[in-house]
Design a protein around this ligand. Sequence first.
Ligand code: RP5
Length: 162
Amino acid sequence: MSENKPLVGIIMGSNSDWPTISQAADILDSFGVPYEAEVVSAHRTPEKMYEYAKSAKARGLKCIIAGAGGAAHLPGMVSALTTLPVLGVPVESKSLKGMDSLLSIVQMPGGVPTATFAIGAAGAKNAGLYATSILALSDESLSDKLDDFRKQQRVKVESMKL
Ligand code: RP5
């Protein structure tokens, strides 16, 4: 994790979410984006969630990646408490393979927007990239790095042989 002042907050409902959500952190590390990461549960630590969301903007965070599984209320509840962009990542659950997580996050009522990414690793990775894109709006060198990242992907696919 970067030692600079965090610009992205990463939260998740349980440490069991970390193997998935750490993939967002890996992306931020690769772009040199400073972040903080901690367990904050909507159901098990509601007061901590409230404090986290209410203080996030004043602490300098620019967006929040929130991952949760099952009855995944964390991203939506955090969205209800801050106007920072909240990027919800549905973690794959044991019983319903993350469909429960996805639907819990995506079906927000109009007026409380919560971005929702794919279930699992792809969602976590894309949330990291999306957070980077938000920061790149006011950071040209980060924007250049994102262009390079897309170029690398293009070159890799163009060189694929069957
Ligand atoms: C949710 O319940 C967490 O986000 C996690 O995905 C799920 C299971 O949590 P544990 O029982 O593994 O702590 O709140």
